[in-house]
Design a protein around this ligand. Sequence first.
Ligand code: WT7
Length: 642
Amino acid sequence: MDLSPSPEFTAQANGTAQMYDDAAADHEGFWAAQARERISWASDFDTTLDWSEAPFAKWFVGGTLNVAYNCVDRHVEAGNGDRVAIHFEGEGGDTRTITYADLQKEVAKAANALTSLGVEKGDRVAVYMPMIPETVVTMLACARLGAPHSVIFGGFSAEALRTRIDDAEAKVVVTTDGQFRRGKPAPLKAAVDAALDVGSDDGPVKSVLVVRRTEGDVDWTEGRDVWWHDVVDDQPDTHEAQPMDSEHPLFILYTSGTTGKPKGIFHTSGGYLTQAAYTNAVVHDVHPETDVYWCTADVGWVTGHSYIVYGPLANGATQVLYEGTPDTPHQGRWWEIIEKYGVSVFYTAPTAIRACMKWGADIPQKFDLSSVRVLGSVGEPINPEAWLWYRKHIGNDTAPIVDTWWQTETGAIMISPLPGVTTLEPGSAQKPIPGISAEILDDDGNPFTEPEKVGYLVLTKPWPSMLRGIWGDPERYKETYWSRFGEKYYFAGDGAKYDGSGNIWLLGRVDDVMNVSGHRLSTAEIESALVSHPSVAEAAVVGATDEQTGQAVCAFVILRGDAEDHGEDTVQELRNHVAQQIGPIAKPRQIMVVPELPKTRSGKIMRRLLRDVAENREVGDVTTLADSSVMNLIQDGMAKDS
Ligand code: WT7
């Protein structure tokens, strides 16, 4: 199979081979050029990168810009107000077409409304919403005011919501009455009520702004709760955007780390927007005049931030925003949407592709997918089998697939082929894009290039959309990312290797972070949710390989002496407890009640052995266990259960 780019694709591609040379010759000069070419600055920057307080970076120092102006107003000013920004497709089939001119008015009204609720520059706004246009409008309204948003994925529980609202001290929460999920309305505001209904009245949240989406019943707290249609609809539809410093915080997004406490990753304005726009142009190859782009991620994750909201809108692209699941009301829904809108650039996750493979190739074959010309993948390694299926059945056997490696922390794509430039290698993210530098280190921190040797992925130069820290915890930022191999290297937490052609293959996390369907979950966070249940004395969680979801959560628990084991009922109760503490996405696939956990003499749980059990493998070396008979006890218990 020839996977080199076609001359026709190359001729029109935004990315070029020259960019690699330009960036290698002058790293800062390259990024300064991207920033000036792609972003409208209210005042130009004087210093491209200030790394004097490393690892705390400042990019495009002295520059000022308004991110929302860049994503909306300037396109209207350039005469593109009639261009569609968002083709909204509700799960139930309701649709809305929003042009850039419409979006400008909506964002202005929402910015005026937030101002009327007391939101000022620097205040944080929590956003707990489904995939509807108001969510995008809210994020842009926050950006317009310089009020960092903290979007919390709608699948998180009230408990998870509360800790995130508190950590960021959000002044306002924006939510909806409910959301449509698999054909049914499900409440959403109720979780906000539960999150705010603990402790005292002097919490940070002053107002809850509620969009009506499902018309479901909601409880109402007078003086705190306000309807969107009451406070937004009648606002003036103009709003003067104030320029912000390039380093003004744009958003906080919580992600799981190796401890039980989620990290508030925060990003700033100029550098983030530059790299989001640049990558959407050169990696997705979006041509705003002709393409219809669609990223299926939820805005609650970083992919939605960078590749639904900021990147494509900064570029003035036309995109699809879809509210629902891929199989509602039928398993061809995504392909139906591609046909309906003529989607040409499509970005999704390997777990979704594997689900579609399982449903069968005859489903996409019923639809006209001839508009598709670029495909993207993100969230976890894409196995070559899924890659080939994706190319053949969705990509007309011709569309380049960009396997994009990046993280919440990196803000934007870092390692990926460039369509039209790179000869593709199924299953590999291949190499750092122009402007990004990565290496693979051995256990001693030495870079190597031998093929097939496994090491740790590090980034070796600061990049514009890098996280600026962990909200409220600068020490944890240094320690997590810049200490494992010294202060020269950003430690990504991923294992990696090269192949014989110098392509990078990502091999999954090397820390106690799991990747379930492209969602990042921490073993420690789920363990602490489990031990918060009155029946649980101890818990250990591992990510076991799963054909569909990449990894699956498997838990081992020791019950308290006074707790009775009711078999399947106990397991169900514990699973539900995790869903309630964190969210349904964190529910363990399996919970095994065991008499003991395997520990080293220093008391550290040996997850490697538990993974062997969870993956039905013969258990590996047990010599470092404090008590090597423990594994026999666990396995005897398993044998009895099955
Ligand atoms: C982790 C970051 C990037 C947005 C979605 C996830 C894994 C991500 C790939 C890929 C192999 C990947 C890594 C990374 N990952 N993309 N193309 N190939 N692994 O963002 O929740 O911050 O998770 O996802 O393990 O560290 P996130």
